[in-house]
Design a protein around this ligand. Sequence first.
Ligand code: ADP
Ligand code: 5GP
Length: 203
Amino acid sequence: MVKPGKLIVFSAPSGAGKSTLKDALMSRFPSLRYSVSATTRKPRPGEQEGVHYFFRNQDEFRSMIDRQELVEHMQVHGNYYGTPRTPILKALQEGHSVILDLDVYGKVNFDKAFPDALGILIVPPSLEELERRLVARKSDDEETIRVRLQNATRELEFATREGKYEYTVVNDNFHYALEELTRILEREIGETAQVRPQAQDKR
Ligand code: ADP
Ligand code: 5GP
């Protein structure tokens, strides 16, 4: 019998550094799989279909809901995001642990289907720093950044009050945060990280 994998949900306000940390962790734990979400958001430069997201229009997204293909879905910052069910189940059956990227409200719904999922909340050191990162990322216009910052405080309050997060990691110094997350994953999935020289980490 293959040892079943774990579900590990990462949540963070937009710009906190979750994707960058997740990418670095995926290269340290080759057995991990990433759950690619579906979204109606337009791709950012460099984002690839099926790698970063399944990019769908509103009608296509609605059909996925109707066919009950999504574990959960949520409107976040004006776009729809949802978690396809089949790839997660397949990866778990094959013994892989799976990282998911869910907003704090989606995590609550996800827990109804998978109550044992582990929650990791990534927080920025301050809202000022969050704004600096969103601006520096150069992927969103001013209005989008304004909405994301406005939502950040609400999301963090909600996560603290109602979320189920076993770990909270402050992403101030990137390499410290990455080390902390590496130790957490080693403990939780029972594997040793394959740590390459720091220069090869994506940041
Ligand atoms: P998220 O996925 O949470 O929206 P990203 O991973 O895209 O955030 O990170 C947002 C921006 O902040 C990126 O330009 C990234 O390189 C940068 N970043 C991530 N972590 C740190 C950090 N610890 N210090 C400074 N900048 C960071
Ligand atoms: P972004 O547009 O920056 O990639 O993601 C915006 C927000 O949507 C982030 O908070 C991210 O965690 C969340 N998100 C991404 N995929 C999903 C998903 O499948 N479900 C839910 N509920 N939120 C998601």
